[in-house]
Ligand binder design. Structure first.
Ligand code: NOJ
Length: 744
């Protein structure tokens, strides 16, 4: 047994001071302090209050006259107010009528596009292409910033591992590394190089932290999370966002170790601010400070306000507990004014950095707004981005792309085929169905002349009847091929949209079963916001395309793939289980004492189910293409390294198919022996490459200390010498394998 402690290499974690200058050396800090000196206590508290416009994205509390509050200097920021005209009108109240003329911030949930809607985040992550995500977020930033909005409540960095949870759709999936990468590019895309730019807006890393771990996937429910899981799985994307200088962080509605995140001083103040040196604003989730009362940790609004401000939450979104109580609490010496001043300073600093004191209407540009929103370039980008986000799950006998010279008639079935609302998904900014291309529209557009198109709805999303089904079966029987567009409505995913079943809603599944009885080949085009249990479909349907919610140009993107204009290359950022009974089922589970391997699986006392095997239906990282790739064995340039050294791992990948394509090459590592149980593999890097038919490319990864460290029993990040296995492959199940040693 090796004496790990002797040669453990402690990775120095201490953060560096990010902005290496002191307050008094920064001209903005001076301006902030000068302004604070002029403010009354009530005006300070006003900066900490965020109000919502008429549109509500949470339970509505007390209704207030926003304009009157703004004029009295009692509001610091607004959400759900957008559009040049509206923002100008509201900003005007602050600038022309409030005593100190402090400009307001305008925030909105721009989650996957503002007016041009891009694929939902889970789909964006399926591209496994950070540049595609950057492109989408950059356009969203351009559109919103021309329309008065300078603050988005995105990216959502919650790790999503339970398909019942509706917010899987807003996430970048189950893996801390992939989520960190996509989160980082999102922050960079929104914020740009500096806030001087007109199209640089503030991003928000949310929901800090652990929200995705709600038990049984039930929204807003209990979170019980070990320190190890918290730090290894849930925290890294937030650390990555803070390191990318994200402007704001939103604590989650949920608890960690019994403490609601809106009152969690340990994680908000001590970790986020002190350990990680986060310099930006923290904004509560909708009414979350007030909900401390419902959590049973605050007696009343005043108590909730004390706990929120003490924890380090700067802005009270909508709830009003800061507005109603903080000034009195300060006067009664229950909250130090210094705490309020610090929160106010952070908010004012962002307002100065954004240039709002120089020009409060900087983001209001009606000409640019007209030009930018839904421009043809943005639409074209949306189509490209959607194509990159659609995952081909099954394609027996290369049924796709459709060989139209052999097809004389096509049946398109499913209400989602004609739906222009569902295809843009939940949290779709100000996107409108009026601007959307449905699957049916797009198919009509590209189907060759002379080919008969038989469209039948066949079913509503959650309801059907005999005549709908009969009409669809009839249309299907007359056709050479069926394109069934099925899945979830947009409302079945997102916030407050947990499901206890993860199957295609029964009404549509019944329809699909009837269609399959016709014996006609079926292409199942799925729209949904979470992994579904597709076990039946996988057995009976020859081709399955996971399109998630692909956005404004989703119909065209789907048609591009169906008809072979585009070769799909996306991969799953989250595991698809064989049944809900397997959940939770992330790919990087720990090694266990009685694993079920090929040799042991028939034995009784091993880790398995009696009625189903342990394997997922579609593993993390999985996705097909119209071509094929072969992988050479892995070549390591060194078989042994010292702690602190790096090595290169390479493979040669050949496109052995007939068409050009893209492959997502994935690098996983496993620590074979450590002082605590380690995952069977962890994603450490990936590269998306284009390879022409018949060509080969060499792909190399550099494996560094960063890829080998983990938290030991004392939660120190260390590297322990020993053997590491390296896997490079096309998904987390199919790969080449090698190993190397780390010595002291
Ligand atoms: C509640 C959601 O949890 C959060 O993500 C969103 O930003 C706010 N509502 C504002 O709409």
């Amino acid at each position: 047994m090796k004496k790990l402690k002797d040669f453990a290499f402690i990775v120095v974690l201490n953060s560096v001071v990010l902005f290496g200058f002191h307050a008094q050396e920064n001209p903005i800090d001076k301006k902030v302090q000068d302004l604070i000196a002029k403010m009354t206590l009530e005006e300070k508290v006003g900066q900490l209050f965020q109000v919502s416009g008429e549109e509500v994205t949470g339970p509505r509390g007390e209704k207030i006259n926003i304009t009157e509050y703004i004029k009295a200097g009692k509001v610091g920021s607004c959400l759900n107010i957008y559009g040049t005209k509206n923002v100008m009108r509201v900003q005007k109240a602050a600038i022309e009528s409030s005593r100190l003329k402090i400009p307001l911030l305008f925030g909105l949930d721009v989650i996957h596009g503002y007016k041009t809607v891009f694929p939902a985040p889970i789909a964006l992550a399926s591209s496994w292409d950070p540049e595609i995500v950057r492109k989408a977020q950059k356009i969203a930033a351009k559109e919103m910033s021309s329309s008065g909005v300078m603050w988005t409540f995105t990216p959502m960095l919650d790790i999503a591992r339970d398909p019942r949870w509706g917010r899987v759709v807003e996430s970048f999936g189950e893996d801390p590394y992939l989520v960190s990468v996509m989160g980082r590019v999102s922050v960079e895309a929104f914020q740009g190089e500096s806030f001087d730019k007109k199209d640089s807006v503030m991003a928000t890393a949310k929901h800090y932290v652990g929200y995705g771990a709600v038990q049984a996937g039930r929204e807003y429910y209990t979170v019980d999370i070990s320190k190890r899981t918290l730090w290894e799985i849930y925290m890294p994307p937030f650390k990555a966002a803070v390191d990318t200088h994200v402007a704001s962080v939103m604590p989650a509605f949920t608890t960690v170790n019994g403490v609601p995140m809106s009152a969690n001083k340990e994680l908000v103040n001590d970790v986020l601010r002190e350990k990680w040196r986060f310099q930006g604003i923290t904004v509560s989730d909708w009414n979350a400070i007030h909900e401390l009362i419902n959590h049973g940790v605050a007696e009343n609004g005043a108590d909730a306000a004390v706990q929120g401000i003490n924890a380090g939450v700067d802005i009270d979104m909508v709830g009003g507990d800061y507005m109603n109580n903080l000034a009195a609490l300060v006067k009664d010496n229950k909250v130090p004014v210094a705490l309020v001043d610090k929160a106010v300073a952070r908010i004012l600093k962002k307002k100065f950095e954004l240039g709002l004191f120089d020009n409060p209407y900087k983001y209001c540009d009606s000409e640019k707004e007209k030009e930018e929103l839904l421009s043809s370039a943005n639409r074209e980008a949306a189509r490209e981005i959607a194509r990159e986000s659609i995952v081909l799950l099954k394609n027996d006998n290369n049924i796709l792309p459709l060989k139209m010279k052999d097809i004389k008639s096509v049946a398109v079935v499913g209400s989602l085929a004609e739906s222009k609302r569902d295809i843009i998904g939940p949290w779709c900014g100000i996107g409108s169905e009026k601007d959307t291309i449905s699957v049916l529209d797009a198919i009509k557009d590209v189907i060759p002349r002379g080919t008969v198109l038989n469209y039948q709805k066949g079913s509503e999303i959650e309801d059907n009847n005999e005549s709908l089904v009969n009409a669809a079966v009839n249309a299907a029987s007359k056709s050479d091929i069926i394109i069934a567009v099925l899945g979830e409505s947009s409302e079945m995913s997102g916030e407050a949209a947990s499901r206890s079943s993860i199957e295609i809603p029964e009404a549509q599944k019944t329809l699909l079963k009837w269609l399959s009885i016709t014996g006609k080949p079926i292409v199942l085009v799925l729209m949904n916001g979470r992994p579904l249990d597709l076990s039946w479909e996988d057995k009976h349907i020859p081709a399955i395309l996971e399109t998630w919610f692909p956005g404004t140009e989703g119909g065209n993107a789907i048609a591009d793939i169906l008809f072979g204009k585009h070769n799909p290359s996306a991969k799953l950022p989250i595991t698809f289980p064989k049944s809900l009974g397997q959940v939770p089922i992330a790919y990087n589970h720990l090694m266990c004492g009685r694993p079920a391997t090929t040799e042991t699986v028939t034995q009784k006392y091993v880790s398995k189910y009696l009625d189903i095997d342990n394997e997922p239906l579609y593993p993390f990282g999985y996705g097909l293409t119209y071509t094929a790739f072969s992988y050479s064995p892995i070549y390591l340039d060194k078989k042994e390294i010292k702690i602190g050294e790096s090595l290169a791992a390479s493979v040669v990948i050949k496109n052995t198919g007939k068409v050009d394509g893209k492959e997502v090459v994935q690098l996983y590592i496993r620590d074979m022996l450590a002082s605590v149980a380690r995952p069977i593999m962890d994603l450490k890097d990936f590269k998306k490459v284009s390879i022409k038919s018949g060509d080969s490319v060499k792909i190399s990864f550099t494996i560094t200390s960063d890829h080998l460290k983990f938290y030991n029993k004392d939660m120190e990040e260390i590297i322990e010498p020993g053997t590491f296995e390296v896997y490079i492959g096309t998904n987390s199940r199919d790969y080449q394998k090698e190993s190397f040693k780390v010595v002291k």
